[in-house]
Design a protein. Structure first.
Length: 100
C-alpha cells in the first residue's frame, strides 16, 4: 500500500447493522406473506373438498332414495298381487259354496 494510506479494514465491503436489520425485516415479511398465501390456498382447497363432499353426499342420497322408492313400489306390487290372488280364491270359494 502507498505510504500514508490505511490498510482496508476487515469489515470493509460487509453490510452495516442497519442494512442487515432491513434485510432481515424484508425476509421476515416475505416469510409472513408466503405463510399467508399458503394458508389461503389450503383454506380454498378444504372449501372445495367440502363442497365436493356435500355434492357427493346429495347424489348418493338421491340414488339411495330412488332405490328405496323402487323397492317400496316392488313390495306394493307384490302385496297387490297377493291381495288379488287371495281375493280371487275367496270369490271362487264363495261361488262354489253357493253352487253346492
Amino acid at each position: 500500500p502507498p505510504v500514508g494510506s490505511l490498510p482496508p479494514t476487515m469489515t470493509s465491503g460487509l453490510p452495516d447493522l442497519a442494512a442487515i436489520a432491513r434485510q432481515k425485516d424484508v425476509y421476515l415479511k416475505m416469510l409472513d406473506e408466503q405463510l399467508k398465501q399458503g394458508v389461503t390456498v389450503l383454506d380454498q382447497q378444504v372449501k372445495y373438498q367440502r363442497e365436493y363432499l356435500v355434492i357427493q353426499r346429495e347424489q348418493q342420497k338421491k340414488q339411495f332414495l330412488l332405490q328405496l322408492d323402487q323397492q317400496m313400489k316392488a313390495q306394493e306390487m307384490t302385496l297387490t298381487q297377493q291381495y288379488n290372488e287371495q281375493l280371487m280364491a275367496l270369490q271362487l270359494q264363495a261361488g262354489s259354496q253357493k253352487a253346492a
